[in-house]
Design a protein around this ligand. Sequence first.
Ligand SMILES: Cc1ncc(COP(=O)(O)O)c(C=O)c1O
Length: 397
Amino acid sequence: MTTLRTGWTSWRAAAVPGSVFTLMNAAVAQARAAGHGIIDLSIGSSDGTPPAAALDAVRSAADRPDTYRYPLFSDTAPLREAAAQYMRRRFGVTLDPVTQVLPLIGAQEGLAHLLLATTDPGDTLLMPDPCYPPYYGAAAVAGLQVVPLPLHAEHAFLPVLADVPAGVHPRALLLNYPNNPTSAVATRAFFEQAAHWCRERGTLLVHDHPYAELTYPAPGEDDLAPSALQATDDTFGGVVELHSLSKSHHMGGFRVGFAVGDADVIAALARVKGAVDFHPWLGIQAAATAALGTVPGGLQVFRERRDALVPALHALGWDVRWPQASMYVWARPRQGGADLADSVSFAVRAARETGVAVSPGRAFGQMGEGYVRFALVQPPEVLREAVERLSRVPLMP
Ligand SMILES: Cc1ncc(COP(=O)(O)O)c(C=O)c1O
């Protein structure tokens, strides 16, 4: 295609949507300048500490000069094996660590490259709305036609695949449960239906699963974060899942995760990644390998925060469900019987006038309008203080 181009921005770069977080950062800076103490609940970056074994592994790797070179695929064997063992222990799924597991520099990197590896420009991607905002950029970079799958509260924020118009032929379906931003969970039966739906259409099922370990089940309750791989046969044909140590093991800054599933998909992803990056530094791989052998901690901390925040928001009259998973509270502000109409304006005003930063629902998609998302990244008393400050912000300017 010959198009007249101006400047140095490719269509790919130009297609990546801007972020409302730029507005939020400016509002937070204004609040700081005005002397407000900042309570930032806008980013889901865990404030927990990685497992001691992971920190020991990274420290000792730093003292070993043989870890300083470029890592080869063969060097990733310990992490691939640890990931396969984790998948067996956690989900009862047996993977070949050579062909069905690949280390990632986080799930976000994995998804962007996965789309490049498995789709062609112009292909259709079915994607939830609301969703984790980088999905929009990843789809844009791959030149995909996005068909949004609306997530409604009445359907427990699960997509209704039967509502996808018959004329839509998606190359891939992207799901994420436990869900960011809604905190919704999906059952294994849901994944079985989704896998069946995809198989019938020749659609790749991509499951982004970074919250696999962040669930708050009641005693005796079923797994709130099943794997999509449990919904397929032993070959995992047409199914791939992205895991991350960012949330489960508080290792967001380490940038490490792994992809699992269909060997063809994993091979295609490895090809694209081979053109873009080497594997994570050996010290980070060692840390992730060690972390995957531990029982994830910090759940009680998130549960206590949830238990502080949700009642405080209920007392304001906001419409909020108790999340059973993830580190978010997805809330629908209400004042005097009126709903929130403009989440971006509210979040910007709230940040500027009170120093409390939350994510406006609109940042996650059109269906997010009317909501705000709280990340449970502060202690209970700080969350209560945040709600007290927010109570003074009118929903309308
Ligand atoms: C749904 C979802 N996917 C991926 C990520 C990023 O994961 P990673 O840190 O492994 O890139 C996040 C982080 O918030 C997320 O919410």
